[in-house]
Design a protein around this ligand. Structure first.
Ligand SMILES: *Cc1c(COP(=O)(O)O)cnc(C)c1O
Length: 364
């Protein structure tokens, strides 16, 4: 059968390997597997989330509240924005997808960083848009601006902090960059790990309400999958001017978030102490990765997230190292597909990190 030609150029997104797959492929017991590959919160979510979800399991026969009143209320309070400036997606991934369908087509260009979240390119290809990438590894906003002038893209993505490198852009630089962009170009600021940046360095932290108050063409993205520990529930959000949100809403399928997911996210927002505590532990453990890298003589990119990128030496091959680790039940992300001889490792609990150091030391 012939399919839309756009599909010819799309490679299926490779998600971090689930534990179940490693159990099947390598015959390793589930309790011996450590997954440090998808930047999930190793401490999970607040116990209050489980209580809240358990209390409504009898509601599964009914369609969800499609107005998403409670979660929108929670998000608008949390971020100091109006409810009509918020859209909720099945992961922020879905909001990215809406944005592409709202703004790009086969005559459009989309400007992204050389190394960044893989889904931008995949969604660009869904709509046949051309992807322009910078050259520098980390976001260089001068280069972004030069490429913007040259190509006049209809969308620009700033992933800050960036996945899979962990770097974060100075907030002031982001703002002065957006100020130079014409109002017809949608600037998407993907803050999937912004909670971590807020904790580590306020100079790099962006506030969605400030962005949308100053710039009508910005779409800020956040997610419950990372710091909030709800990757399995699939809830993300976009915050933007009413104009942008109205356009995205036209693309939203009804009931795109389940009742249980809406409840889980609302409850997670109520327990900020839990999230802050796991972020504090994250950065304590990150110090151990820095010490490890120094002792092994390998480079680590300064990270503002819950993962680190370990750049291996030339005589070490990241795919081989990742595979050897996988055979021993340690799942990390090989970045060779991004053109980096590097591993992205989610910072786990202390015991999981111990295991990682133990297994990788003989390999590098
Ligand atoms: C994880 C991630 C997302 C989205 O995750 P969802 O689970 O779909 O909310 C978006 N952008 C970046 C950079 C991410 O790392």
């Amino acid at each position: 059968m012939k399919f839309n030609s756009e599909l010819d150029n799309i490679r299926t997104y490779e998600a971090g390997k689930p534990i179940e797959l490693v159990v099947r492929e390598f015959g390793i017991e589930p309790e011996d597997i450590v997954k440090l590959a998808s930047n999930e919160n190793p401490y999970g979510c607040s116990p209050k989330v489980q209580e809240a979800v358990s209390a409504i399991v009898d509601k599964m026969a009914l369609y969800p509240d499609d107005s998403m009143y409670k979660l929108k209320e929670g998000l608008s309070r949390r971020f100091g924005v109006n409810k009509h400036e918020v859209i909720i997606g099945s992961g922020s991934d879905q909001v990215i997808e809406f944005a592409f369908h709202a703004k790009a087509d086969s005559n459009s260009k989309v400007l992204i960083n050389s190394i960044t979240f893989a889904m931008y390119e995949i969604y660009a290809r869904h709509v046949g848009a051309e992807v322009i990438r910078t050259q520098s590894r980390e976001h260089d906003l001068d280069e972004f601006y030069a490429l913007y002038l040259e190509h006049k893209p209809s969308m620009i993505f700033l992933c800050t902090p960036n996945n899979p490198t962990g770097e974060s852009i100075d907030a002031e630089s982001v703002k002065s960059f957006i100020a130079k962009i014409d109002k017809e170009t949608l600037v998407v600021v993907d803050g999937a790990y912004m909670e971590y940046t807020h904790y580590k360095d306020s100079d790099k932290a962006l506030m969605p309400h400030e962005l949308i108050a100053a710039y009508e063409n910005v779409l800020y993205l956040g997610t419950f999958s990372k710091a909030y520990g709800l990757g399995g529930m699939r809830v993300g959000y976009g915050i933007a001017s009413r104009d942008i949100i109205t356009a995205l809403y036209k693309l939203r399928p009804p009931f795109n978030i389940t009742t249980l997911s809406l409840e889980a996210a609302s409850a997670a927002l109520e327990d900020e102490a839990f999230v802050q505590d796991s972020i504090a532990k994250n950065f304590e453990e990150m110090e151990r990765y820095k010490e490890f890298a120094a002792s092994a003589g390998i480079n680590i990119i300064e990270s503002y997230t819950n993962f680190v990128t370990l750049c291996l030496k030339n005589d070490q091959n990241s795919s081989n190292v990742a595979l050897t680790l996988l055979r021993q039940g340690m799942i990390v992300r090989d970045l060779s597909g991004y053109g980096l001889n590097a591993l992205r490792v989610t910072i786990g609990k202390p015991s999981e990190n111990d295991r990682f150091f133990e297994l990788i030391r003989p390999l590098i």
